[in-house]
Design a protein around this ligand. Structure first.
Ligand code: ACO
Ligand code: OAA
Length: 371
């Protein structure tokens, strides 16, 4: 038996959702560059689930369906309020709340695509509500209802902060949601697929995916990046800080990627947005510190910035609390997780690899009092 630690380079599925070829990323054949520049997040979600871009009518209907599901029932809200236990991390709250949503779904037609599309719309809409409502409740504030005329990205920021969103904020956040939406068989997506390949349900798959995303080697890295920037504080301190970390054999969060060795094609878009938004908010130092780290780690270790690197300074400049960075990643990636779970159901086989046994052998059992 040959093994590949971390399943590196092993192809375990065929997909028609996302491709990463020679460092180029596309969703359903559309370059991420075109989508990031021109699409709305809603169009991208539709693309991932229906494998085509919506026409005007279809997009209008899809947005209306999403908007209609942007509600939480009074009993759900009560339970969400109770999740504000001291120091509860919003990622744990999100995982628990998404799992709880399954209690409100009494249907058991879990392999039926149409029912799952209805669930998908519900989940995509409610996740934005859960994150923003929880944040407001923990600050003693009331939940803010979404506005029909706003996009998904705008509504999220509006419901979080309770104030209007300017055009650069809207553009930056929409782009970030698109860039995080899917990424082939990353750890959390694979987790979701393994889960539903047992013919478990979408809620279970999503709960499992959120659990996998949370780790700092995956989606949890964006919160670690902003923690690092805050510790560094000034541009002059950036290189000494990173040098010391590397000398200590510690990882620099937001740098390196299993698949991209030359560069993550999403990072340049986030870098550009970080530059623009930090400038608008008079917070350019966070961009400048980030750029110094990026250049140093690239030159000395040959490691490029990944999707989690510039999103950190950008979200910070957008006034987003640091512990919501990873839940926001989850909100965006929900679209991709769902696309992959639908694909898994449509062509399912239980996922069950093997392990090579390297432990003790031929042991003689002794009763407990003789050991
Ligand atoms: C959305 C996402 O999930 S993107 C990734 C988010 N995660 C991070 O940003 C965390 C920091 N980065 C990392 O830990 C890694 O680069 C990963 C987990 C993303 C990819 O890891 P892998 O492909 O498994 O590479 P692995 O961890 O084996 O690293 C290979 C070598 O590069 C080094 N390396 C990789 N990333 C980093 C880093 N960020 N900082 C310093 N050294 C690093 C490792 O220490 C290792 O060195 P060694 O061979 O001397 O032991
Ligand atoms: O693909 C990966 O390994 C990590 C991931 O989710 C991403 O980069 O978006």
């Amino acid at each position: 038996m040959s093994t590949s630690k971390g399943l590196e380079g092993i192809i375990v599925a065929q997909t028609d959702i996302t491709s990463i070829e020679k460092g180029k990323l596309s969703y359903v054949g559309y370059s991420i560059d075109d989508l990031a520049e021109q699409a709305s997040f809603e169009e991208v979600v539709y693309l991932l689930w229906y494998k085509q871009l919506p026409n005007e009518d279809a997009l209008h209907k899809f947005k209306a369906q999403l908007f209609d599901e942007m509600t939480l029932s009074p009993s759900f809200i009560e339970q969400l309020k109770h999740m504000h236990i001291e120091n509860a991390h919003p990622m744990d709250v999100l995982r628990t709340a998404v799992s709880m949503l399954s209690l409100y779904d009494s249907e058991h037609d879990h392999e039926d695509r149409d029912s799952n599309i209805d669930r998908a719309i519900r989940l995509q809409a409610k996740i934005a509500m859960i994150i923003t409502a929880f944040h407001r409740f923990r600050n003693g504030l009331a939940l803010i209802e979404p506005k029909q005329e706003l996009s998904y990205a705008e509504n999220f920021l509006y419901m979080l902060h309770g104030k209007d969103v300017n055009s650069l904020e809207s553009k930056a956040f929409n782009k970030a949601l698109i860039l995080h939406a899917d990424h082939e068989l990353n750890a959390s997506t694979f987790t979701a697929r393994v889960c539903v390949a047992t013919l478990s349900d979408l809620y279970s798959g999503l709960t499992a995916a959120i659990s996998a995303l949370k780790g700092p080697l995956h989606g949890g890295a964006n919160e670690q990046v902003i923690k690092m920037l805050m510790e560094i504080e000034t541009t002059d301190a950036a290189i000494p800080y990173v040098k010391a970390k590397i000398a200590n054999k510690e990882k620099i969060m937001g740098m390196g990627h299993r698949v991209y060795k030359e560069g993550d094609p999403r990072a340049k878009h986030l870098k550009e947005m970080s530059k623009e938004i930090t400038k608008q908010k008079d917070m350019s130092q966070w961009y400048e510190i980030s750029e110094k780290i990026e250049n140093y780690v690239k030159e000395t270790k040959g490691l490029p910035a990944n999707v989690d690197f510039y999103s950190a300074s950008m979200y910070h400049a957008l006034g987003i609390p640091h512990d919501l960075f990873t839940p926001i990643f989850a909100m965006s990636r929900t679209s991709g997780w769902i696309a992959h779970m639908l694909e898994q159901y449509a062509n399912n086989r239980l996922i069950r690899p093997r392990a090579e046994y390297v432990g003790l052998e031929n042991q003689t059992f002794k009763p407990v009092n003789k050991r």
